[in-house]
Design a protein around this ligand. Structure first.
Ligand SMILES: *Cc1c(COP(=O)(O)O)cnc(C)c1O
Length: 431
């Protein structure tokens, strides 16, 4: 199986190369040449397989022979070594909790899988790879944790000074070893621009091998299919039409779900639930894709107005908006609606959601109001509510207990290097 660039100006390449590069040389996103249909027997027997065995069958076509079976099984087992509970909120709406991993965000799955693949590829070689990543919060922590102490890999994280929560800052600045946090005097977009400039800088690319660890990297994007399969495996016995609502920012998560559907996973419909950064819901209504300046919101991991992965979703549907709209709806919500939804969920059964999950919940409700069917809706709970403590506390007037695995991180000392601009970054990378 090869990957080709969606810009069509680079040669198709194998998994290992696609992972090491992140983006194709023509700056396009990599996309698999074929999307494998899983046989009916796979879905008939899904409950009898272990999660590792199931995930292996899902991802294997995209890895080909690039990782041996034993090693790939080991990588999957280590990636998925925490729970993915489904918590019922109403009789036909449930939360799929993706935050039980080490950094309390769904990004742990992709980051852990990618780190283990990349570590495997550089093992017993002299190769050194630098993972360069800009974060507005959750990506940095998940990537730092996933890559911590992986030989041959250095991780450099850029984050905007004073713009991430205390918890998030601790998660990305306290590990040390092969993880370095650069604290940028600016906003997230400045961090992202510097990273983009670094990927285009001839001197840097001559001296060091850079790759990215956000969802444009196929090794972070594709394993996100796993939890859609895990959820189906648990919900199959209901015999209902499954609808997934995904709180979406860069659209990596939902794009993985739509890949899973294309592989044959029986999911009836997807909902892209966004905050007021609503480029995709607007596109689905009008057919015009018009990113506007990003607006800060309470669900800040989704403050993205030009989502990188949307082009992959369009590709899955051969760029046919009519076909796409049969499988995907989009709804957007304001901050005050988000707070109201947090309260509503809490009042139903005491469930504490986070602002992103609350937006996912509203997407399901709106879809059910506008459509007829024997639906069962699942919204993805993409982060633990403790990561958005201030908002949740204010909306619900309750205290949230800090999980044990986080308490330890909070006692450690912050280590970061302040930088101002691209020349500081370049100097650091070439040091
Ligand atoms: C990253 C993130 C999202 C958005 O996921 P995408 O794959 O970028 O659409 C949603 N919620 C939380 C908590 C996140 O960290």
């Amino acid at each position: 199986m090869k990957y080709y660039s969606l810009n069509h100006n680079s040669k198709p390449t194998l998994f290992q190369d696609a992972v090491k590069r992140g983006l194709a040389p023509d700056r396009g996103l990599y996309f698999p040449e074929t999307i494998t249909k899983l046989p009916n027997t796979f879905f008939e027997e899904i409950e009898d397989m272990s999660i590792t065995e199931m995930a292996y069958k899902v991802i294997k076509p995209y890895i080909g022979n690039q990782i041996k079976k034993e090693k790939l099984l080991e990588i999957i087992e280590e990636t998925l070594d925490f729970d993915f509970p489904i918590i019922e909120i109403t009789e036909n709406i449930a939360s799929l909790e993706l935050f039980q991993g080490p950094t309390l965000a769904f990004k742990d799955v992709g980051a852990r899988f990618m780190a283990r693949c990349l570590g495997h590829f550089t093992e017993n070689t002299n190769e050194k790879i630098t993972v360069l990543v800009a974060t507005s919060g959750d990506t940095g922590g998940a990537v730092a944790n996933g890559f911590y102490d992986v030989e041959g890999i250095n991780v450099v994280i850029l984050y905007p000074k004073g713009k991430v929560s205390d918890i998030q800052e601790k998660q990305l600045t306290t590990l040390g070893k092969n993880i370095t946090a650069l604290e940028v005097d600016g906003v997230f977009d400045d961090c992202q621009d510097m990273v983009k400039t670094a990927f285009l800088d001839a001197t840097i690319n001559e001296k060091i091998q850079l790759t990215s660890a956000n969802s444009i990297n196929v090794a972070r994007w594709l394993p996100q299919m796993f939890y859609f399969f895990i959820a189906y495996r648990k919900l199959k016995h209901l015999n209902k039409d499954l609808v997934f609502s995904i709180p979406s920012g860069n659209f990596g998560n939902i794009c993985a779900g739509m890949m899973a559907q294309k592989m044959g996973l029986p999911i009836k419909h997807f909902i892209a639930s966004t905050n007021v950064n609503d480029t995709v819901p607007s596109y689905l209504e009008t057919g015009a894709y018009e990113p506007k300046p990003t607006i800060p919101t309470l669900s800040n991991a989704m403050d993205v107005s030009d989502p990188s992965n949307f082009i992959r979703i369009q590709k899955i549907f051969n760029n046919d908006i009519f076909k796409l709209k049969k499988k995907l709806s989009g709804y957007r919500y304001t901050d005050s609606e988000t707070k109201k939804a947090l309260k509503e969920i809490y009042e139903i059964n005491g469930y504490v959601a986070d602002p992103h999950g609350a937006i996912g919940y509203m997407g399901l409700k709106e879809y059910f109001e506008n459509n007829e069917g024997d639906f069962y809706g699942v919204f993805l709970e993409t982060a633990h509510p403790v990561k958005f403590m201030d908002t949740v506390k204010k909306a619900l007037k309750i205290d949230i207990e800090i999980p044990e695995r986080l308490k330890e991180t909070l006692t450690r000392d912050k280590m970061s290097i302040p930088i101002k601009d691209f020349s500081d970054l370049k100097e650091y990378l070439l040091r």
